[in-house]
Design a protein around this ligand. Structure first.
Ligand code: ZN
Length: 280
C-alpha cells in the first residue's frame, strides 16, 4: 500500500519533561488566534513556523509544547481574538494555507490549533465543574477536586471506497457543492467497530451491501476532531437506493467518467487517487 497520510507529524519528536516556552530563545512557534494560525507571507518564505514574534510576548495568553522540530522545542502560542496583524503576517485558516506551505507545516498548524483548543476548552472538569490542572509534560488535564482526567478528544469516523469491477461508488451530499462527488463516510456509533460502521454507513446511505473490507490509511482531521480511518470494500449486492437526508445523488463511476472530486487535502481524494493509479 502506498498511501501516505497527508497530515503526518512524524517530523516532530517528543521528550519528557516537556520544556517550557522561553520567549527570548528564538525557538520555533506556531501562533494561534481562535482557529487560525499566523502565516508569514513573505516573498522569500511562506511559513507558519515563527521564530521571532512580530508583536510583544506580553499578549500571549496560553502556551503548549508541541514537540521538537529539528532538535528545537516548538510551542503553540495563543494570542487574543482581537490581536491585530503586522506587515507581512496575517492570520489564516488551515484550509487556506493548504498547498502554500509544506504538508508537514500544515500538519503542525492543524495540531497547534487542536491542542490550543483542547487547552482552552478543558479548564474545568466536565464531571464536577471544579478547576483542572495539566499534568506536567502530558496532554492530560486532571480535576483538582475529583481527579477525573481529560485528554484531547477524537471522534472516530470511517471513509470507504466501494469497488465494483472497474467502477467505484461516489455520492454527492447536500453538504458539498452541487457537482462534487466523493466516497462515503460517517462517524462511528458507540456500539460499533470500524467494520460494523462501514457496513452500516454504506447500507444506510446507498442501500447496498459490501464485503472484503480492508484497511487503507488514517488521518487526523482537525475540523474539528475527526480521526478518519480509510477502507476499501467490494460491492456484494443490492441496488443503489439513496438516503435523501444524507445523499443527493450516487452512482458507479469509471476512470473515464469521473465527476468533480474532493480537494487533494483529504483522505477521500487519496483513496480515489490511489484507485485511479490502480494501486488499490
Ligand atoms: Zn472533577
Amino acid at each position: 500500500m502506498t498511501h501516505r497520510p497527508i497530515l503526518s507529524l512524524r517530523t516532530l519528536s517528543h521528550s519528557d519533561p516537556a520544556p517550557g516556552y522561553n520567549p527570548d530563545s528564538g525557538n520555533p512557534c506556531v501562533v494561534v488566534r481562535e482557529n487560525s494560525v499566523l502565516f508569514l507571507d513573505g516573498s522569500a518564505s511562506k511559513t507558519i513556523i515563527i521564530s521571532n514574534l512580530p508583536f510583544s510576548h506580553a499578549i500571549i495568553i496560553r502556551t503548549q509544547f508541541l514537540g521538537y522540530l529539528e532538535g528545537k522545542p516548538c510551542h503553540a502560542l495563543e494570542v487574543p481574538a482581537d490581536s491585530s496583524e503586522s506587515a507581512g503576517y496575517h492570520f489564516s485558516g488551515i484550509r487556506d494555507i493548504y498547498g502554500i506551505i509544506p504538508d508537514k507545516e500544515l500538519a503542525l498548524a492543524a495540531y497547534a490549533v487542536r491542542i490550543i483548543d483542547f487547552d482552552r476548552s478543558t479548564g474545568f472538569c466536565s464531571r464536577c465543574g471544579a478547576e483542572t490542572r495539566q499534568i506536567p509534560s502530558r496532554l492530560v488535564k486532571r480535576c483538582t477536586a475529583c481527579n477525573y482526567s481529560t485528554r484531547p478528544r477524537y471522534s472516530p469516523a470511517i471513509i470507504v471506497l466501494v469497488k465494483k469491477g472497474d467502477e467505484i461508488l461516489l455520492a454527492s451530499s447536500p453538504k458539498y457543492p452541487a457537482d462534487l462527488y466523493s466516497v462515503l463516510a460517517g462517524f462511528l456509533e458507540p456500539y460499533e467497530n470500524f467494520e460494523d460502521c462501514v457496513h452500516r454507513e454504506v447500507k444506510e446511505e446507498v442501500g447496498i451491501d459490501v464485503t472484503n473490507i480492508r484497511y487503507f490509511g488514517s488521518e487526523q482531521w482537525p475540523f474539528p476532531d475527526s480521526l478518519m480511518v480509510g477502507f476499501i470494500a467490494d460491492f456484494a449486492g443490492g441496488e443503489i437506493s439513496i438516503d435523501t437526508n444524507e445523499i443527493t445523488s450516487a452512482g458507479w463511476f469509471g476512470r473515464n467518467n469521473l465527476p468533480t472530486l474532493p480537494s487533494p487535502m483529504s483522505i477521500s481524494r487519496a483513496l480515489i487517487d490511489a484507485w485511479i493509479r490502480q494501486e488499490i
